[in-house]
Design a protein around this ligand. Structure first.
Ligand SMILES: *[C@@H]1O[C@H](CO)[C@@H](O)[C@H](O)[C@H]1NC(C)=O
Ligand SMILES: [Cu+2]
Length: 168
């Protein structure tokens, strides 16, 4: 009976496939968020979907992350005064809406001379791959609800595994 447990775990994981598709992108990979790095190339070939996360990692106090409103502001490194500045050194941004997104470092000169800026295109939420079931929640457009599904899914999975362990 114990031999079936891995299969049960797999079966549970498969039913949860849509909720574990969300990806976390470390901006700049091991280099992180800094000046004189080619973020344009880093973005190339990557697909960003609603529900995915961008992680900006840098020594706290050295850089920051500010969202800018449009391509013009991005080109000219103009941060909107209304957007919040992230400065924890480990800033996680969950992509919640499809469309273009622009982020820059607000430290003087870093965006303009240091090219510390990133522009991405966010695609709609990825739901179907790896699952043949019709998706009941295709209309979900908010990344936040996605994050909840994610957590819930794992709680259910853990509970399922616990129950199976007790039964066996
Ligand atoms: C672009 O964003 C800037 C900065 O927030 C703003 O001042 C400007 O009006 C915006 N331009 C367009 C075309 O929306
Ligand atoms: Cu900076």
């Amino acid at each position: 009976m114990k031999a079936f447990i891995p299969f049960l775990v797999l079966a549970i994981a498969a039913t949860l496939a849509p909720s574990i598709l969300a990806k976390e992108f470390m901006v700049g990979d091991s280099t992180g968020w800094t000046i004189n790095y080619d973020y344009e190339s880093w973005v190339k070939g990557k697909e960003f979907h609603v529900g995915d996360k961008l992680v900006f990692k840098y020594p706290k106090g050295i850089h920051n992350v500010i969202r800018v409103d449009n391509a013009t502001a991005y080109e000219n490194c103009l941060a909107s005064t209304e957007t919040e500045t992230l400065s924890s050194g480990n800033d996680v941004i969950t992509l919640t809406t499809p469309g273009k997104m622009w982020y820059i470092c607000g430290v003087s000169g870093h965006c303009k001379e240091g090219e510390q800026k990133i522009a991405i295109e966010v695609l709609p939420q990825k739901l179907s791959s790896g699952s043949e079931r019709p998706s009941p929640s295709t209309s979900a457009s908010k990344g936040s609800s996605f994050a909840h599904t994610h957590h819930h899914g794992w709680m259910i999975a853990n509970f399922g595994i616990l129950v199976m362990t007790i039964i066996v």
